[in-house]
Design a protein around this ligand. Structure first.
Ligand SMILES: [Zn+2]
Length: 503
């Protein structure tokens, strides 16, 4: 009887917004090494999904390293060097039978625009062309040729909001064991499409993603040579040559996926590319909300989308709500300095507060205003939805850091010291904010908040505020993006879809 196969587990997860200010440093990442990764067993994270499958297989697991952080600015080179050094040393020493990786797919560091491609190619160099490298990655990946040439089989999430990170990781782990057990190698192939989608256009409940995902599942079923077909929506705020919508496939042996890619492009030609609606001015959005409105209106600040790497510090909406004397409104803003400045203030006490805002670069001056401190906490809360995207990255609790609630006129303002994507209503309830009773809620997201608010009657208005995740892509000064590309260059894609349809 042969010895049990050794499967190494590693994770590197960051969605990098190269337009956001600052650097993402090692201290911004959650680091887990060796057996610390076993704590993910039972979680709905992608690592938890891997364990669920791997634990049911006869194999020896070797968890090595996982580094993950919330989306943010450019990653310091040292983060990638640290990860790669530890992983390569362990792979070299242990010589496992396969590697499973939990990746994002849109990570950029100072010296590498394609971090995942770089890391996978280094591992491939170290372990040779036949070594099985499998894994799972985020639907917002900017997938590169280097990634697909270096990996044996990577499966992307199928849903946005990402309710299925756990399920996608399970599928990827099952694919790995299928390949190992049957001794059938697989490899990857891809096609990039010259289209940039804004985050709001990447929701899988809407076109074009809903149609592409549906067609991909049909093609997977109908094509015995294709083990998995991924729709990669891309992440528009990373200025790299690989930034775009793309399709990638895991194929068995010598099989190809060109016909499947053509079919997906034909779907895109049929449903068309989504138009970008310009966001509303805050004044116009407020004029659409009446006191008689029976639902909560979500004022969505795409530009300060925390899930897209923004800081969550913008005060433009709050400033306008105060100016309009709004009542029954709630917003959340990240501002560590403000939380610290209130340490000696008692609950119920009024005081002047200063929100730093985004700073002068975004034409947002600090906001000075009178407020009453109504609550203070450590900022830790239990997730109410343990199947949310937030649960997939943070487990069952989330740390907002020391937090306060301020009453400013008729507005309740949750001020956190760590940026907190609005993906779980626990962030409000845990601080005593009855979010269901509000008329207006400010949302620093694009799509990822929808699952949390799906059980509440809401209307959504997208508003124009400053930040590095604006839906107006023409505002960004791309240097490295491959051109022409839709929507920045006229007719960048229509010509190609016509050609595909005529085949
Ligand atoms: Zn994503």
């Amino acid at each position: 009887m042969s010895a049990l196969p050794i499967i190494t587990l590693a994770g590197l997860f960051h969605e990098t917004n190269t337009f956001a200010e600052g650097l993402s440093r090692l201290s911004d990442f959650t680091l887990m090494q060796g057996d610390e990764l076993l704590a993910e067993r039972g979680n709905v994270s992608p690592v938890g999904g891997f364990f669920e499958v791997a634990d049911a297989h006869a194999c020896k697991l070797r968890p090595v390293i996982a580094l993950r952080a919330f989306p943010g600015p450019m990653v310091e080179d040292g983060v990638v060097e640290y990860f790669l050094r530890h992983l390569l040393e362990d792979l070299h020493a242990c010589r496992p039978d396969a590697l499973f990786m939990v990746l994002h797919g849109a990570m950029v560091c100072e010296s590498e625009d394609d971090v995942e491609g770089y890391v996978l190619s280094k591992i491939r160099e170290e372990l040779g062309s036949d070594f099985p490298i499998f894994g799972v990655y985020d639907l917002h990946a900017n997938v590169s040729q280097k990634m697909t040439q270096s990996a044996s089989g990577l499966i992307a999430y199928r849903e946005n909001p990402h309710r299925d990170a756990f399920a996608a990781a399970k599928d990827a782990a099952l694919l790995m064991f299928d390949s190992l057990d049957s001794n059938r190698p697989c490899h990857m192939t891809m096609r990039s499409v010259p289209v940039l989608l804004t985050p709001i256009q990447t929701g899988t409940d809407d076109l074009p993603m809903s149609a592409l995902e549906a067609e991909a599942r049909v093609l997977e079923n109908e094509s015995p040579g294709i083990a998995a077909l991924n729709i990669n929506a891309g992440f528009a705020y990373a200025d790299t040559a690989d930034t775009s919508l793309s399709f990638s496939a895991v194929v068995w042996a010598d099989c190809k996926a060109e016909d499947a890619f053509d079919a997906l492009e034909a779907v895109l030609g049929r449903v068309g590319l989504p138009e970008s609606d310009p966001p509303l001015t805050i004044q116009n959005a407020l004029s659409e909300i009446s006191d008689a409105c029976p639902v909560i209106t979500l004022l969505v600040e795409d530009a300060d989308n925390i899930g897209g790497g923004a800081s969550g510090r913008s005060t433009t909406l709050l400033r306008e709500l105060i100016a309009a004397d709004c009542h029954s409104a709630a917003v959340a803003i990240c501002d560590l300095e403000l939380v610290e400045s209130l340490e000696s203030i008692s609950i119920g006490q009024g005081t002047s507060v200063v929100f730093s805002g985004l700073g002068r670069r975004s034409n947002e001056e600090p906001l000075c205003v009178e407020a009453v401190l109504i609550a203070r906490s450590s900022g830790q809360f239990d997730l109410e939805d343990i199947h949310s995207h937030l649960a997939s990255v943070s487990g069952r609790t989330f740390e907002m850091g020391p937090s306060v609630v301020l009453q400013i006129g008729g507005i309740e303002v949750l001020v956190t010291s760590r940026k907190t994507p609005p993906m779980d209503l626990g962030m409000w309830h845990s601080q005593g904010i009855d979010i269901e009773s509000k008329r207006i809620v400010g949302i620093k997201a694009a799509v990822s908040h929808r699952q949390a608010f799906s059980g509440i009657a809401t209307k959504e208005l997208h508003i124009d505020t400053p930040g590095p995740c604006s839906n107006l892509l023409s505002q960004f000064e791309y240097q490295k993006l491959r051109r022409p590309i839709h929507p920045l260059d006229p007719d960048a894609y229509t010509v190609r879809t016509r050609k595909i349809e005529s085949i």
